[in-house]
Design a protein around this ligand. Sequence first.
Ligand SMILES: *[C@@H]1O[C@H](CO)[C@@H](O)[C@H](O)[C@H]1NC(C)=O
Length: 245
Amino acid sequence: MKLLLFVSALAAATPLGSLEPRQQATLCDQYGYWSGNGYEVNNNLWGESAATSGSQCTYVDGSSSGGVQWHTTWTWNGGDNNVKSFAYSGRQITKGQKISSISSIQTSVSWSYSNTNIRADVAYDIFTAADPNHSTSSGDYELMIWLAKYGSISPIGSSVGTVNVGGRSWDLWVGYNGAMKVFSFVAPSPVTSFSANVKDFFNYLQNNQGFPASSQNLLTFQIGTEPFTGGPATFTVSQFSANVS
Ligand SMILES: *[C@@H]1O[C@H](CO)[C@@H](O)[C@H](O)[C@H]1NC(C)=O
């Protein structure tokens, strides 16, 4: 009798035909991966071997065609100047779209950090390459939009000054990660609710930094957090959406 009551309570909590379809996943493997509704989420602990101790898991809280909700919890010690991971949500990208042929990349994100006494960034990460079949873990170019920077960390390269793009001012950093040229737009203070057309950032780079938009294909479109050290901390994305057209 008790078992029957338990089963009927579960059924009541997840009604069939719910208006908002939701998926859930727990990702604790190094590259634990989920996809659905044109979005993807990856635990992506690519730099974990630089840590002396720590761990991280990522949780998909829900998704629909309108976006994805997720969170990640981490603690990392050691390897102070090494990024340990980039847990992210991404929009799945159709191969072979040149940046010059894309008219808009409209995106919005709302996020929070439970603990800001950490060394970590919150950033969009976008790779492009001349080869449409280039590996999606790097590119010829990387565009980062740092919505927050906590602690003594900085982007690759050096600052070239303050620029105004998409109605906000940013500190623009330019440098190289191996052969890949990296542009990082850094917000002066945390932007926890962000909405923009990221094509504006590519237009800026084309007009001011020699970015070859007509030969570069969009490979990835992701947002997440890069922890260096600290925690425990939970980064929550209450909503992320992106549409390439
Ligand atoms: C990319 O891969 C597809 C499928 O394998 C192939 O048809 C195409 O020729 C490749 N493109 C280039 C530029 O290598």
